[in-house]
Design a protein around this ligand. Structure first.
Ligand SMILES: C[S@@+](CC[C@H](N)C(=O)[O-])C[C@H]1O[C@@H](n2cnc3c(N)ncnc32)[C@H](O)[C@@H]1O
Length: 314
């Protein structure tokens, strides 16, 4: 096996193993927190004559009549609590952690891998990297070096945390805070990059052309743009941008770089991207409108049709 393949295989294995450890630790912490809220709830229900409890087990040592009263009149006992709340918390923490630590395993990117040259031995920048899932994905797919950048410090910290757990050297992977709207910095970051990833960001901005102008430095050969929910305009022949306003308070929204909490954001359709990218001497080489899991929640009910475009320099 080549070094590169060995390296990728070991990241994959480690990721899986660390994910399981992480989940176990997190869930046992969560269980303790839930046990104390169970006790708190018991205190709300309890009459002054009832015994004090500290744990689920103490509850089962209460007189039978009290247990029956709790169960029948208050619909309250550890197993009901577990079913309603703990199971829910278990599910949430598991999916959240899986999302944080894993790359796009569930995100159907197989078709991107038909274009292996985009990653293999390439210097990649992953803008709006969130907790780094695409950055890890690129590394697994053979990138020489990856830089993940996001405007939110908390996302960069989470990505660095995962990197630390996976023991991936800074020589091949780095995460930094940066704002795409800072065009001179964006241009500087792209100066030595072969491949640019713009996943989940171009529908959180108002200044698409300026951003592309900064990003498309002479070294850049490929750009992958994931443009989010395909709206009714996606396949219309005329180039269109669908505008709306969004609040910047959500963790995955656009940034309030200009001090505004509500910002205009534009969703460009395929035709629009083809026009503007042609202006910059890039051609579309592949695109997909697919039903992907929402990778932030991995919930089926949030399945979205998302469009992703691959452009190559002429
Ligand atoms: C919808 S999430 C997409 C995350 C990831 N790329 C993905 O596709 O799953 C949008 C991300 O863009 C980041 N972001 C928003 N505005 C940004 C900006 N001006 N510069 C850099 N990152 C930005 C957010 O912090 C968030 O992590």
């Amino acid at each position: 096996m080549s070094n590169q393949i060995q390296f990728r295989e070991s990241i994959k294995k480690l990721r899986q193993q660390k994910l399981e450890d992480f989940i176990q630790d997190h869930i046992s912490n969560e269980k303790q927190i839930l046990e104390s809220s169970f006790v708190q709830k018991y205190n709300e229900i309890k009459d002054s004559s009832w015994p004090i409890i500290q744990t689920y087990n103490d509850f089962y040592n209460l007189p039978k009549a009290l247990i029956t009263e709790c169960r029948e009149h208050h619909n309250f006992c550890p197993d009901i609590w577990f079913k309603d709340i703990e199971a829910d918390a278990y599910w949430h923490s598991k999916t959240r952690l899986e999302t944080e630590i894993s790359s796009y395993d569930s995100y159907e990117l197989d078709w991107i891998l038909q274009h292996k040259e985009i990653f293999q031995n390439q210097n990649v920048i992953d803008f709006a990297c969130h907790t780094g899932h695409m950055s890890f994905f690129c590394l697994e797919q053979g990138a020489k070096k990856v830089l993940g950048v996001d405007v939110r410090q908390s996302h960069v910290d989470a990505a660095k945390g995962v990197q630390e757990i996976l023991k991936i050297s800074n020589e091949v992977l780095e995460f930094k805070v940066a704002d795409l709207h800072d065009y001179s910095n964006t241009a500087r970051l792209c100066q030595d990059k072969d491949t640019v990833l713009l996943f989940g960001i171009m529908y959180h901005v108002h200044d698409h052309v300026n951003i592309l102008n900064a990003v498309l430095q002479p070294s850049v050969k490929h750009v992958i743009i994931e443009v989010g929910n395909a709206t009714s305009i996606v396949d219309l022949p005329e180039p269109l941008i669908h505008w709306k306003l969004e609040t910047t308070e959500k963790h995955d929204a656009g940034s309030d770089s200009f001090g505004k909490k509500v910002i205009p954001i534009g969703y460009g359709n395929l035709s629009w991207y083809k026009y503007i990218m042609a202006y910059f001497d890039f051609d579309l080489i592949d695109h997909a409108n697919g039903i992907f899991y929402n990778h932030h929640s991995r919930k089926k009910e949030f399945e979205e049709i998302r469009s992703t475009y691959i452009f190559k320099r002429r």
